[in-house]
Design a binder for this molecule. Sequence first.
Ligand code: FE2
Length: 306
Amino acid sequence: MSVTFRPLHPLFCAEVSRDGKPLDLRQVHDRETLTELRDGMDKYGVLVFPQQPFTNAEQLAFAQRWDGALHAKLGSNVVDKSRLGNPALGDTSNLNADGKVRDREDRHRLYSLANRLWHTDASFRAPAGRYSLLSTRVIPKVRADTEFADMYAAYDALDAATKKQIDKLQAHHSIAYSRQTLGFTFSEKELDNLRGAVQPLVRTNPRTGRKSLYIASHANSIIDWPLPEARLLLLDLMTHATQPQFCYSHEWRDGDMVVWDNLSTMHRGRPYDDINHKRELVRVTTLDADHVPGSEAKVLDDAALV
Ligand SMILES: [Fe+2]
């Protein structure tokens, strides 16, 4: 029996099952099922897989079966990234190296708060991130949702003049910029190593030809545009793309794995009491293989960064 996709929203997002039961992704190795899942991803942009008791090693292995190369430069070298011991494992937790909840003033915590701004993963890198696989380890007792926005629908809903205006534009994305908008400060040396990447404002899914708006809180300028005019357009596009009708909020359950396409969605963590509640999720992101340096994007960042 084939895979079933149960829509979670009128426009995008679906929960996946097979034969009326959760599909154990650790056991999925066959090309037929993986192709069905990839087709579902092209349609829904966000797929929810319940009851996935992944270890870190199993999650890394499945991500490679899903899409090949993994992104090993997910963030920056500004904060401690050593807790999980592998640069392809993104630490989406509020824990320090001792496994304790971080203090309110902890610099890593303050840096990570910008993950609550709308973004798409690793757009400040070239190549950017393509698919992100986020898996639960510890779910807090309070709600700590992740919200998604459908960037296919956002693009489709733009008027024809705006589509024409932005079709060939390129934006500069920087992880330093998104954090600076919240007042986080960097040293000159840190900023030297966070030069970001240039990305098209409109992306096309190479398998379906469908266009999506490609923006994020990392986007800070448009190439060859005056800065105030560029930021105004980026703000207008962000406001447009995150209207409630384009958004789905996922309430995490123990064992959930959520996989999304960074080309066709944005996401953000929703606020919760992270001082008093432990939360641990692990993220693996694949490389955007259709978006290599020398094609659409320019490499601006330091290759030595992790
Ligand atoms: Fe993210």
